[in-house]
Write a new protein. Structure first.
Ligand SMILES: Cc1ncc(C[n+]2csc(CCOP(=O)(O)OP(=O)(O)O)c2C)c(N)n1
Ligand SMILES: [Mg+2]
Lengths: 324, 391
């Protein structure tokens, strides 16, 4: 193990600490951030920055989100921790009715320059209220930027950009991956929003994924490569803005698209990708969406399996479009 | 000018003809509307021919009013003038809306003027306020530009929000007015965070948070009281209790002894005042805000008043009795302030002259707003967001 092997949680904490040293107006508020957050993604920050900048809050999601906005309106840059994405729902008014719209409603007088972080995705045994994927709801809200990284390096790079931008950023983090380790380079530079990571080049099929489905898509793509299928594989990394140009250009070549996402497929972000490509690529041969069914996430492992994305589902979809 | 680049600023643009050549005049202002740069653009409009940085003092504060102690009459006159301006403004807008010339909903605050005026006269310019759907009075009392407010309600480009907010979202950051709010209780968490942010920035400004008696039944009310108390935030919560929650008498929807007791249960102390007595409101607000500013933590002002109009301009308010309305009208805050002003020694002729002056000013502002252009269609796509902006 190299000395640069870090968990995603450690990478998140170090990146934020770095940014907080750079910009004294950045501060954190959320439940249990004092002890480092429930995924250790804030570990050590309270010790370094103190109670004024790492604010441990009551279980008051509306006010965590709304206070973040108020603090942004007077010129600070809050990092709003939502614990998990399911708990943003009590704060949806503050996020959707207020944060997303203040700049517009007030004719540009104000910005809600903040980052609302919410670990999301399936996690074994978490059931219906601790496992939801609701990213597409926020893509539907004008004013918001939506990030959904799948790797530690992308998380670091996108978090930096989020903290340096004037837009409100809804920052989804892959919660089941926080404990995974990665070999990190020395530099973790900022990564722009709307730029997909092109992970492998191929001419037969385009596979697009993001967040927690991404490692599954990578496994499937490796299997397909072994079977001599040329896969053009992308990690979108951010869902608004998203790298429409790269995906359209790829499918214009491969003429086949498989979109892989965790969470309910109906009106999920995969539908937006599929529709956009369908409108833009005339010589299209086939599109498949791989996603979870439209059911609440069940508890029993045998039932929960219905929601997980497995490599076999992706290879099957690829074989279907290749046959078209 | 490089050092200006990291500051947030926006551009005001005007066109002038000099020797028959159309030139753009650009004025950059920072986030609190201090002019930071003036540029005269060349005939091609994209090349500055002259630029000058300006360091202007902050806009004069309407909060800077004669001292209560040293010139009581002048002080009362100023409070009365602001109340009168709000009353005439509201009545003018309701009439304009009913006549079909002003779009949107108009929630009039007629009858409640003593609350915003009493509270805001106890604040500094750099203190912030959060407001509600019934927010014109809060903005005007905090010192918002009358013409900007009027133009905004008409949906005109010269409005405070460029015509993109309207009555329910009118904001004026240049005077610390952080926005009306279309969501009941929406301002409460925002006020808490604004106070927290100001503290982090080392400011001793405070935040006054206006909300209605209906808002105390929403969750953010409890969250906000608790939040402000645990962090000892400098927030003055102002419950502007006008007796109604939309079309319903609030006594039928609010359990227990009322808003102040709820705040006190979280350790937020405060006072109940006659919300129709502008002096009483002012004095209570001054006491409470000084305590909050001095680090005493949040304070609560429960100002009992009455809404003269319906919930919105088109509401005849048939759900209330004439007797109740008559009783309220007999306790009209504007008439009470006028009587106090007369008693303090301002001759009736002077008060009448002041009335006409205010009336004329608002009619002039309305006439101006009518003639102003609507925003250009392109504005619909601006100020949404930087990354992923509409194509
Ligand atoms: C969360 C929310 N629920 C309902 C409404 C609709 N609504 C607008 S004003 C209002 C009444 C609010 O009463 P109060 O807080 O006392 O303010 P007032 O209208 O008396 O000034 C209601 C129900 C809203 N705007 N927001
Ligand atoms: Mg009310």
């Amino acid at each position: 193990m190299s000395s640069n092997t870090l968990t995603m949680g450690e990478v998140a904490a170090r990146t934020l600490a770095d940014e907080m040293r750079r910009d004294p107006t950045i501060w954190v508020l959320g439940e249990d951030v004092e002890m480092g957050g429930i995924f250790a993604q804030y570990k050590g920050l309270f010790q370094e920055f103190g109670a004024q900048r790492v604010v441990n809050t009551p279980i008051s999601e509306s006010t965590i989100m709304g206070a973040g906005l108020g603090a942004a309106l007077v010129g600070t840059r809050p990092v709003i921790e939502m614990r998990i994405a399911d708990f943003v729902l009590p704060a949806i008014d503050e996020l959707v009715n207020q944060i997303a719209k203040v700049r517009y409603m007030f004719g540009g007088q104000a910005r809600a320059s903040l980052v609302a972080r919410m670990p999301h995705g399936l996690m074994a045994g978490s059931a219906a209220q601790h496992s939801q994927i609701i990213e597409s709801w926020f893509v539907n809200v004008p004013g918001l930027v939506v990030a959904a990284p799948s790797t530690a390096l992308d998380l670091a790079g996108l978090l930096r950009t989020a903290l340096r931008s004037d837009d409100p950023v809804v920052f989804f983090e892959p919660k089941a991956l926080f404990k995974t380790s990665a070999d990190m380079p020395d530099d973790w530079p900022a990564i722009p929003f709307g730029k997909a990571a092109h992970l492998s080049a191929g001419d037969d099929v385009t596979i697009v994924s993001w967040a927690q489905a991404m490692p599954v898509a990578k496994t499937a793509a490796a299997e397909l490569a072994d079977a001599r299928v040329g896969v053009d594989l992308f990690d979108l990394r951010s869902l608004w803005p998203w790298d429409r140009d790269a995906i359209v250009a790829s499918v214009a070549r491969t003429r086949r698209l498989v979109v892989v996402q965790e969470g309910v497929g109906a009106a999920g972000f995969g539908a937006e990708v599929a529709a956009t490509v369908g409108e833009a690529v005339s010589a299209l041969k086939g599109i498949r969406r791989v996603a979870s069914p439209r059911i609440p996430v069940p508890f029993a492992p045998t039932l929960e399996e219905a929601c997980w994305i497995r490599p076999g589902m992706i290879t099957k979809a690829v074989k279907e479009v290749l046959a078209l | 000018m490089r050092h200006l680049l990291h500051r947030r600023w926006r551009l005001h643009e005007a066109f002038v003809k000099i020797n028959g050549i159309k030139r753009g005049l650009w004025r950059a202002v920072d986030h609190i509307e201090h002019p930071v740069c003036l540029s005269l653009m060349g005939a091609r409009l994209d090349v500055p021919v002259a630029s000058r940085e300006v360091t202007a003092p902050p806009r004069p504060s309407l909060m800077q009013i004669p001292s209560h102690k040293t010139d009581h009459c002048a002080f009362l006159r100023e409070l009365y003038r602001r109340m009168k301006a709000i009353r005439v403004f509201e009545d003018t807008c309701v009439a304009a809306h009913k006549a079909g010339e002003m779009p949107g909903y108009i929630h009039s605050s007629a009858g409640q003027e003593a609350v915003p005026v009493g509270v805001c006269s106890a604040l500094r310019t750099d203190d912030r306020i959060t407001s509600t759907h019934r927010g014109h009075g809060h903005g005007l009392a905090k010192g918002s530009d009358l013409d900007g407010m009027m133009a905004e309600l008409y949906g005109k480009e010269a409005g405070l929000c460029g015509g993109k907010g309207g009555s329910m979202h009118v904001a004026d950051f240049s005077v610390g007015m952080l926005g009306a709010n279309g969501i009941v209780a929406g301002g409460i968490p925002i006020a808490c965070g604004a106070a927290q942010g100001l503290r982090l920035l080392g400011s001793d400004a405070i935040v006054a948070c206006f909300f209605g008696d209906g808002a105390v039944n929403r969750g953010p009310f409890l969250e906000g009281m608790n939040w402000a108390a645990i962090y000892k935030l400098p927030v003055l919560f102002v419950c502007e209790d006008n007796t109604f929650s939309a079309f319903t008498h609030s006594s039928t929807t609010t359990a227990g002894p009322g808003p102040l007791a709820r705040a006190e249960s979280c350790g937020v102390s405060g006072e109940r005042v006659d919300g129709n007595d502008v002096l009483a409101v002012h004095e209570a607000a001054l006491r409470l805000s000084s305590e909050a500013r001095a680090g005493g933590g949040p304070r609560f002002l429960w100002a009992k008043t009455y809404r003269f109009s319906g919930h919105v301009s088109v509401d005849p308010a048939a759900y209330r009795s004439q007797a109740d309305l008559d009783a309220a009208l007999a306790h009209d805050p504007l008439a009470l302030a006028r009587a106090k002003l007369a008693k303090a020694g301002l001759p009736e002729a002077d008060i009448a002259a002041l009335d006409s002056e205010v009336q004329a000013d608002i009619l002039r502002s309305q006439a101006r707003a009518r003639t102003l252009p609507y925003p250009h269609r392109a504005q619909a796509f601006m100020d949404v967001q930087d990354m992923g902006a509409p194509a």
